[in-house]
Each structure stands twice: as C-alpha cells, then as structure tokens.
Design a protein around this ligand. Structure first.
Ligand code: NAD
Ligand code: UD1
Length: 345
C-alpha cells in the first residue's frame, strides 16, 4: 500500500494537478475541500486521468470535528496544504475572511497534524512573501515580509507559524513551497484553472478572450523599466509545479525543521511575450489595449530556482509553448470551466 497523503484544497487548480502527480507516483490521496472556489467535478476528472479513486471529505479545514474524523478514519502519513483564499484584490476588501481561512485554517489544521503525530507537511506559499523591496532573482535566503496585501501577509504569517511549530516539535518537518506564476493545465484537457467571474490573472483572461468570452485583454502598463515596458513574471507549468510537491514529500522523509524552496523556472517573461506565445500556440489573435498600471504590481520578479534543483532534484521541464498549448486545450474543451454551480462564493 502506498503512503497516504491528506491534500487540503485538493479540488482546486494546483491541488487537482498535484493529485494526478501524487497518484502517478504511487501515493494514496485523501482530500478535504469546502468547494468554496472549486468543483467536485475536478476530482472526478482526476480519477478519469489516473484510474485511481480519490477519497473526498467535503468541508472546511477549520472544522475540528471533520479533521478528527479524517485523521481517525485514515492513517495519514503527510499533509499537503493548499486550502485557502487567493485573490489578492479581494483580500484587501475582506481581510478578516482571508486571515480566518488562511491563518486560522492553517492553525486548526496544524493542531490536528500534531495531535495525530503526522510528521511531514508541505505548505503552499508564494513568491509574494519576498515583498516589494526584494532584489531579483528571488533567492530563499532573502529576508521575507514587507508584504503589501492581506493575502501576502497571511502567507508570510503561516510561514512564521510553521517555522516556530517545527522548532518546538523536532518530529515535524515542513517544506514551504514558494510558487511563482503557475499556468497551463494537464495535457489531457480534463483539468485546468476555472476562475469564478472575471479572471484576475493573465493566462485565464487571455484564454477567455481567445474563446470570445471577453472582448480584449487590458495590458496593465507598458511603461515599466523592462525591455518592452510590460511586467516580467516567472511562469511555470502547473504539472511541473505538481511534480515539485512529489519531490518535496520524498525529500522530507527523515528530515526535521522547516525549509523553503522557490518553485519557478528562473526566467522572466513579459506580458506581451505571453500574448505572442499564446497566439502562436492557439493560432488565435488576442486583441489587447494598453491600460493603466494595476495597483500593487511589481515591475519584474523571477525565481532563483537552484536550491530546488540541488536539494529536491526538481527543475521545471515544460516550456512556454507547452504552457500555452495546454491552457488552450483546456479552455477549448471546457469553455465554461467545470460549468456547474457548486460554488458558493
Ligand atoms: P484554488 O482556489 O483553485 O484552490 C484552493 C482550494 O481550497 C479550492 O478548491 C477551495 O475550494 C479550497 N478552500 C479554500 N478555503 C478552504 C477552507 N477554509 N477549507 C477547505 N477548503 C478550502 O487555488 P490554487 O490556485 O489551486 O492555489 C492553491 C494554493 O496555492 C493556495 O493556498 C494559494 O494561495 C497558493 N498559491 C497559488 C498561486 C497561484 O498562482 N495559483 C500562487 C502562489 C500560491
Ligand atoms: C498575482 C498576485 C500574486 C499571486 C499570483 C498568483 C497581484 C498583485 N499579485 O500575481 O500575489 O501570487 O497572482 O495567483 O495580484 N496582467 C495584465 N492584464 C490582466 C491580468 C494581468 O496585463 O488582465 C499582467 C499583470 O499586470 C502582471 C502579469 O500580467 O504583470 C501577471 O499577472 P497575474 O497573472 O495577475 O499574476 P501576478 O500579478 O504576478
């Protein structure tokens, strides 16, 4: 029997792709998800891809009784913690909701992890913890903090909590995975990113323009100090990111303490480069217009991903073209995403 992993937020975008990678690596998976930003159909699709079942508990990670049930009914070896709210703009409008879900949720989960003697935890952190002052490329040894919105601050706070928890409990080992910009979808076109309402992020927006759901892309600023004036980001394929979680789990075996890893490609790509790459992959032209800068955007950041390569043996293998092809495949197969109204947000 494979090792059993509890995946919080497993019905979400990154969670569902990670389930595929975990099952393909021989792990058994148990999911808890409130479906507040996802659909149970994603889990059915994961099972279609892998041919292996996913045990699903519908509920909130702050529900202590449900966590108790999950840990009692399943012998959990490790936890991968994706569950949380992630819309940066919304986090400034609803900070309490964000701290509740992301910080309180992580605390309640951590209590259960300790109570049931689970020794390994992988946490979904973000490049945003480096804050607005950090020099590029971001390297894990940089000081973190100076976050500029409640979402980013909640990720930073959970990192601090986990560091202290691992210091106090030498049995516990924690990987803080700092994701850069995940895009793309599983090559089957069965699972992908299904944003609610108007997408905040670049790739989902472009994909919806391409299928005619949105008129044109607004490029937020072309007067940044970058080669073409638009912002640079480190886009990585979500299946590479998913693999990073499998590598982290394997690496945590027998370790103690907390360790942070950047998961990115190490390359910066501009907004206009992304538009061109998407057009090339899809054969569809993307009308765009230059709009004012978006508040809070940084001109350019990308990862120094050498630590993940050295320690985890992980590198992002899939290039920009594959990211675009798979985004397009997912979007054309599922123009309305999972297309059902199970979401209550
Ligand atoms: P997502 O919204 O698709 O997935 C999050 C999942 O968690 C959803 O299925 C949602 O229903 C569930 N959830 C939310 N709050 C919950 C709660 N209190 N209890 C139970 N389930 C809950 O987001 P994603 O893009 O897959 O991101 C996964 C994680 O990675 C998040 O923690 C996010 O902050 C982090 N992250 C994402 C990105 C990105 O670009 N997508 C970048 C950096 C970090
Ligand atoms: C955003 C979040 C970040 C989070 C990440 C992944 C902000 C300020 N930052 O990162 O904390 O970790 O999402 O969820 O929201 N762009 C356009 N037009 C669009 C959309 C985006 O030009 O319609 C540009 C943006 O200005 C940016 C780039 O595309 O330069 C990427 O944007 P996005 O996909 O939202 O990611 P980030 O801003 O890097």
């Amino acid at each position: 029997m494979g090792r059993r992993v509890l995946v919080t937020g497993g019905a979400g975008y990154i969670g569902s792709h990670t389930l595929v990678a975990l099952q393909e690596a021989g792990f058994e998976v148990v999911v808890i998800d409130s479906l507040c930003n996802s659909s149970e159909i994603a889990l059915q699709r994961v099972q279609m891809i892998t041919g292996t079942s996913v045990r699903f508990y519908h509920g909130d990670i702050r529900d202590r009784a449900l966590l108790e049930q999950i840990f009692t009914e399943n012998s959990i070896h490790a936890v991968i913690h994706f569950a949380g709210l992630k819309a940066v703009g919304e986090s400034s409008q609803k900070p309490i909701d964000y701290y509740q879900s992301n910080v309180t949720g992580s605390l309640v989960l951590l209590e259960a992890i300790q109570a049931y003697g689970v020794k390994q935890l992988v946490f979904s952190s973000s490049a945003t913890v480096y804050g607005s002052e950090a020099p590029v490329p971001y390297v894990e040894t940089l000081q973190t903090g100076s976050t500029s919105n409640p979402y980013g601050t909640s990720k930073w706070m959970v990192e601090q909590v986990l560091k202290d928890a691992a210091l106090a409990n030498p049995e516990l080992s924690v990987a803080l995975l700092r994701y850069f910009n995940p895009v793309g979808a599983h090559p089957s076109g069965l699972i992908g990113e299904d944003p609610q309402g108007i997408p905040n992020n670049l790739l989902p927006y472009i994909a919806q323009v391409a299928v005619g759901k949105r008129k044109e892309l607004s490029v937020f600023g072309d007067d940044y100090p970058t080669p073409d004036g638009t912002c640079l980001r480190d886009y990585l394929h979500v299946m590479d990111l998913a693999e990073g979680h499998v590598c982290a789990l394997e690496w945590l075996e027998g370790k103690t303490g907390t360790i942070a890893f950047n998961l990115g490609t190490g390359k910066g790509t501009s907004v206009l480069d992304i538009v061109r790459a998407f057009e090339q992959a899809s054969g569809v032209s993307i009308p765009y217009r230059v709009a004012p800068r978006r508040a809070g955007d940084l001109p350019a950041f990308w990862a120094d991903a050498s630590k993940a390569k050295q320690d985890l043996g992980w590198v992002a293998r899939l290039g920009l073209d594959q990211m675009m092809v798979d985004t397009w495949h997912w979007q054309t197969n599922n123009p309305h995403g999972y297309g059902i109204a199970t979401n209550d947000r």
